[in-house]
Design a protein around this ligand. Sequence first.
Ligand SMILES: Nc1ncnc2c1ncn2[C@@H]1O[C@H](COP(=O)(O)OP(=O)(O)O)[C@@H](O)[C@H]1O
Ligand SMILES: [Mg+2]
Length: 323
Amino acid sequence: MKKLLGSYGRDDEFRAVAEQIISEEEQKNNRVLARSLRKTLENAAAPKAGTRALAPLIPFPDAASDFVERVEPRLTKNDLILSAENVRVFLDLIREYRRADEIHRHGLSIRSKLLFCGPPGCGKTISAEVFAAEVGLPLFTVKLDRLISSYLGETATNVRKIFEFARTQPCVLFLDEFDALARARDDASDHHELRRVVNSLLLFIDRIRPKGFLIAATNLDGSLDPAVWRRFDEVVWFDRPDRAATGRYLKLKFRNAKLAFDPSAHLDALADYTYAELERICLGAIKSSIIDRRKEVRERDFTRSLADELRRRQRAGRLNQTA
Ligand SMILES: Nc1ncnc2c1ncn2[C@@H]1O[C@H](COP(=O)(O)OP(=O)(O)O)[C@@H](O)[C@H]1O
Ligand SMILES: [Mg+2]
């Protein structure tokens, strides 16, 4: 056990010690335990595409578990469409991170605090997941709305614990729906306790040099308060897909479907949709073909699904106007 803990951070050694423990259990005839340990080790150590390091062994502080969640990436970079600009930004960030030791030795720091901006449904959340997987770090998502609404009592302490964790453990700390914080700041003027939490969060963001990355995501656009974004080392913009990206995304979503039509003939009608909306359109079309027990997705499945999405949009638009 001592050896196992001593090997923390060195994957090969960790694996060797773990193997040793398993074979000792096998020799002691504890077959069920040995098998279950082996399975756990295989799952934990199987390097996913592009990932290198093992997840850290130190658990996230328990007290924070109400508003922090360990997230397993659902998608890989093959599922993600990025603009050429963002591909470059991310590749640079990854290369910088891999050379962090050398950069630090020269007295320089690496960019580790990122702000993702853009309309909903354009890939901020999944990019945080894919990015964490690519740099081989575990992802912890902070549910800011929950954190802020539970501001009484221990929240300030828990905030401190979260940031202490991210300062010492290599991980990606993801503040999704960061807008909640900006909104809370506006609401906080006459609420002492809330103001304290919001301010301490902003202060922590200012001061932290994360061991891995801190990523915040916001739907706010150009009107983003400079006081917010100057806290970050890099701002990454996620836009709605252009025509070419829409074409690529349709191919991606239909890659496992048999099509009886050419979806790229509909690119004009699909201008200005978000990825999330395009996804619903494609999946809706595929679902119709399944319901009808057809082997092929027909053009009519697609145009109907598109009409559904359009209706949904118009409804949502009306709701927003009245809100
Ligand atoms: N750039 C993208 N490439 C591929 N799929 C995307 C992209 N953006 C969004 N999606 C799809 O839309 C869904 C919602 O995206 P998400 O990352 O949650 O958006 P955001 O966080 O910007 O609101 C994702 O689960 C994914 O299926
Ligand atoms: Mg999101």
